[in-house]
Design a protein around this ligand. Structure first.
Ligand SMILES: Nc1ncnc2c1ncn2[C@@H]1O[C@H](COP(=O)(O)OP(=O)(O)OP(=O)(O)O)[C@@H](O)[C@H]1O
Length: 932
């Protein structure tokens, strides 16, 4: 534990603290606060243990930890003290009203809990809150002096809280519940200490018995260790015969080593690649490819650890052609009982790094908003066959479309022209690799079951599996990223050559040494060898199938349909998915590099609020950024219209560049048109970099949407929000639409009470114990702007100053009317119509909260919508009580009876700013005013 004056301890990896089941082990955090800082996405897990901490105020008892984006604390099968548990009959309401964390499975699901009797240390405690499966986000930890950079997601499973109801009724009459729980805990800890002290002086007999027991255990352990060593030694010897020493930079190590077949260098990169090679060899040994006679050899395979071993070898059925990109074609397929998309890329060994990058990242990330790759296989054309002439369609890589040549029962007619997005998508038979084990080309119904949303919602087993594999998965992701990073440094950009250049090379002969290396699984090594660069390779990547196609096509399908809160909600939910995917990539120092709506796929999901979930795809241009670096310089290509100025100018690739592309994608998703479609390539530099132009938003666009979009495409990368901030802003924008829709639905049903409830804050109106109440002031600026200026006024003001720059830092150059017109003509926007801003005082009424508790109510207010530096509000936030209402006293700053909070300068550059007010006893909060 850090002492006085020291900073917190940094935890940079996942940690599990567990005790054997049945042991009443207690871990006492000693009430330290913020003593341990978790790294981004780091998880700390407590299993089978009682955690004792945080008894002096509200909160979920994890005060020990400071969170970072994506960090989490799991309590699994734990007993946990918590001072501020509400009384048992309120517990359920509080738990169910707390939104589930987005960082855990099934964020939309309801918490599972029950009130039970528990036996704890031989005492039966009635009416305890038992959390069967509950998760929530705790943002407070990071707001204490550090700004809201991300909090801790907490998961409780099979975890019991010792609550207020545990303590003596008499005590509650005399003291506060906190004080009573504190006393109880002190008593129990004192008992523990006494028991420990009492066991110290043991009798001789006991000491002898204990010593004998210890000796027995040591002997047993030694025996087991010896057996393990012998086994490992044998396996090592066997593997030494199999493996060429140092062929892969790894050598079989001696029995004293940590593993029989470990890499000398124990980097994550080595481990991942070594794992892949091991698997490749194993596969080769297991599966003699049917198509070997056809001249294709299996060279390299990689499977995500999430796929069980027996599924890995399942046959693949290829179905319709889904589409074609620059580098390959994508077929629908069925594998191991699931629908998959099979991407088949023909390339040469020179460009195998780029392909492997994409595979490593897609296999490495297991995130609901990143398209997963389950399995990939690379074949090489054997020398004998490379010497033969093959009919390669010019401009079209050879693919497995020619199933006749290796399928026992298939026919090329089974491969249909699907809903291809490209005219290049053909099913031209050509030289094809062998089938994967037992590939068949049997047709299957087009409407197959859709992959369940990850992870399977409401399935305890699935959740458990996901949890169990979580830390493995994080290591796997880190290893994949490290592999990509190492590949980039060692081998330049590894840009996948275009199909034309690849096709040129296909006729060349693979040298025998290169072929041997390739067959030994040394795809990369062979790729670096000049003699092997011309070897023809075909890679099959089995990805999760996204039945709704690209985000682009989903947005196009909205064309002509009514715009409103429901449509906006759908748009925001999909955008949040995309931003969450980026957040996961960036947290692992990976930049997508080619974000646009055509590189985002959409899957049906019954669990998602809008019925579908968006996932980042096409990681072919993704790059790993070295830690502590802000960007890397690249010569890779991407999508011109989505390239940020720094990319166009200096080739700088960074997470901020993805955010810029996200901003452009927001515009495209709102307008349904492609951005800058009237610009030709030569104009991009001039328009984006020199004139700092951006597409114009229609005048009627929601202001919060416009503000976020503009902050994303700011000229200076440093002014763009981070992905987690974008996610956070979108979350608030989503809540706002949800409320509007609920209120509208309630109003339509003439259910006025339901309508006011929908407009009321999230927290229950009846106090909710000592939990802070969150009053979200959604779209503050938007509403204020609406109050201040009618749409007419806004339009008139805009028309009177056609060259008025946007208030964002990357404002449109006001002198360039020609350029402006060009961009306006894309949407028909009126000049100056974008980015209206709130400018005057605002008054907001947000429903009422009442509490009969004879305690001060800690009240938290989220100010929302103020994330642009230019829209920084200053002023006074006021909560006033019902007594003041209508008396006129609440009207001005300093009015009697109101609780004021100065907020000048506190809100800047952020989406949400949380303020805490302590209301007087027995307050009835009837509104919050905001004075500017
Ligand atoms: N996992 C998938 N599920 C469903 N359809 C897919 C999947 N992957 C790709 N597709 C379809 O196949 C098309 C081609 O995908 P691919 O990734 O090869 O190329 P692209 O992204 O269009 O082009 P490029 O690689 O040149 O950027 C996509 O536009 C999409 O329609």
């Amino acid at each position: 534990m850090p002492g006085g004056g020291q900073g917190p301890i940094s935890v940079n990896r996942n940690v599990t603290v567990s005790a054997a089941l049945g042991n009443e082990s207690i871990l006492d955090f000693k009430f330290k606060r913020s003593a341990v800082e978790l790294c981004n996405t780091c998880a700390v897990r407590f299993e089978n243990i009682t955690v004792s901490n945080e008894r002096r105020g509200p909160g979920p008892g994890v005060d020990l930890f400071l969170g970072r984006p994506g960090s989490r604390v799991d309590y699994d099968n734990a007993n946990r003290f918590r001072a501020a548990c509400p009384a048992s009959n309120e517990s359920g309401a509080v738990q169910t009203a707390t939104p589930r964390s987005a960082f855990f499975p099934d964020p939309t699901g309801t918490s599972l809990w029950s009130i039970v009797n528990v036996t704890f240390r031989s005492s039966v405690y009635t009416n305890q809150l038992h959390l069967i499966d509950q998760s929530n986000d705790d943002p407070h930890k990071v707001q204490e002096g550090r700004g809201p950079v991300g909090g801790i997601a907490i998961r409780n499973r099979n975890t019991t809280r010792i609550c207020r109801s545990t303590v003596d009724e008499q005590c509650l009459l005399e003291r506060s519940s906190d004080a009573c729980v504190n006393m109880l805990m002190d008593k129990m800890l004192a008992q523990d200490a006494a028991a420990a002290a009492g066991t110290a002086p043991r009798s001789n007999t006991a000491a002898i018995a204990a010593a004998a027991a210890v000796a027995g255990v040591v002997l047993l352990a030694a025996l087991v260790a010896t057996l393990l060593l012998v086994r490992r030694h044998r396996r090592s010897a066997a593997q030494q015969q199999l493996l060429p020493v140092a062929a892969d930079g790894c050598k079989p190590l001696g029995p004293g080593s940590r593993g029989a077949q470990e890499c000398e260098s124990d980097t994550a990169t080595d481990r991942l690649e070594h794992m892949a090679r091991k698997q490749s060899r194993r596969n080769k040994a297991l599966e003699a490819p049917e198509g070997k006679d056809e001249g294709w050899d299996l060279s390299w395979t990689l499977t995500t650890p999430l796929v069980p071993k027996d599924e890995r070898d399942a046959p693949i059925e290829l179905g319709e052609l889904l589409g074609a990109g620059s580098f390959g074609r994508v077929f629908k397929g069925r594998w191991a009982g699931r629908d998959v998309a099979v991407k088949i890329i023909s390339h040469d060994t020179a460009s195998s790094d780029a392909v492997e990058n994409e595979i490593a990242l897609m296999v490495g990330f297991n995130h609901p908003n990143i398209v997963r790759a389950f399995h990939s296989v690379t074949y090489i054309k054997s020398r004998q066959h490379n010497n033969q002439q093959h009919s390669i369609s010019p401009g079209l890589p050879a693919t497995a479309a020619d199933l006749d040549s290796f399928s026992t029962s298939g026919s090329s007619s089974h491969i249909r022209q699907g809903s291809s997005s490209s005219q290049q998508a053909q099913a031209t038979p050509s030289g094809a690799p062998p089938a994967l084990p037992a590939v068949s080309a049997s047709p299957f119904a087009a409407a197959q079951e859709v992959l369940p949303a990850w992870p399977a919602a409401n399935s305890a087993a699935a959740a458990a599996a996901a949890d169990a594999s979580c830390s493995d998965q994080q290591q796997h992701t880190a290893a994949a990223v490290a592999a990509v990073e190492a590949r980039q440094s060692a081998w330049g950009e590894g840009v996948l050559s275009t199909q034309e250049s690849s096709a040129d090379a296909y006729g060349a002969t693979c040298s025998s040494s290169a072929e041997a290396a390739l067959q030994d699984g040394e795809l990369q090594a062979a790729g670096r060898s000049a003699s092997a660069r011309a070897c023809r390779v075909e890679t099959w990547i089995l990805q999760e199938y996204c039945d709704k196609g690209t985000l682009d096509s989903v947005v196009t399908s909205w064309e002509g349909k009514e715009e409103g809160d429901a449509r906006m909600l759908q748009r925001l939910l999909l955008l949040k998915d995309v931003a969450s995917g980026l957040q996961a990539l960036h947290a692992n120092n990976v930049v997508h590099g080619d974000l646009n709506a055509r590189n985002v796929l959409v899957s049906s999901s019954s669990m998602a609020e809008c019925g579908m979930v968006a996932k980042l795809a096409d990681l072919g241009l993704s790059r790993a950024i070295k830690q502590h670096k802000t960007h890397r310089t690249t010569n890779t290509i991407g999508t011109m219209s989505h390239m940020p100025p720094e990319m166009l100018r200096y080739g700088r690739m960074s997470p901020a560049g993805d955010i810029y592309a996200f901003g452009i994608s927001m515009w495209e998703m709102y307008t349904g048109t492609a951005a800058f479609k009237k610009l030709h390539y030569g104009q991009f530099f001039e328009y984006i970099c020199l004139r700092n132009l951006r597409p114009l938003m229609p005048a009627d666009a929601p202001k919060d949407y416009a503000i976020l979009m503009e902050s994303c495409w700011a000229a200076d990368p440093a002014n763009r929000p981070k992905a987690e901030r974008v996610v956070e802003c979108l979350r608030y924008m989503i809540v706002e639409r949800q409320r509007n829709l609920a209120a509208a639905a309630a109003a339509a049903a003439e259910d006025t009470s339901a309508a006011s409830a929908a407009m009321a804050p999230d927290t229950p109106a009846t106090g909710g114990g000592m939990q802070p109440m969150f009053l979200k002031l959604p779209s503050l600026l938007r509403r204020a702007a609406a109050d201040q200026a009618s749409p007419k006024k806004t339009a008139a003001a805009a028309a009177s100053s056609p060259a008025a720059p946007s208030t964002s830092s990357d404002a449109v150059n006001s002198t360039d009317d020609a350029a402006r017109q060009l961009l306006q003509s894309e949407t028909g926007s009126k000049p100056g119509a974008s980015s209206p801003r709130a400018s005057a005082s605002q008054r907001l009424s947000i429903g009422s909260i009442s509490s009969s508790r004879a305690l001060p109510i800690p009240l938290s207010v989220d100010i929302y919508g103020a994330y642009s530096a230019q829209s920084k509000p200053t002023g006074l936030l006021r909560a006033f009580s019902a007594a003041d209402k209508g008396s006129g006293r609440e009207q001005g700053p300093g009015a009697a009876g109101a609780t004021d909070k100065e907020v000048a300068g506190e809100v800047s550059g952020e989406c949400v700013q949380q303020l805490k007010l302590l209301l007087p006893q027995n307050s009835v909060v009837d509104g919050v005013h905001w004075f500017v």
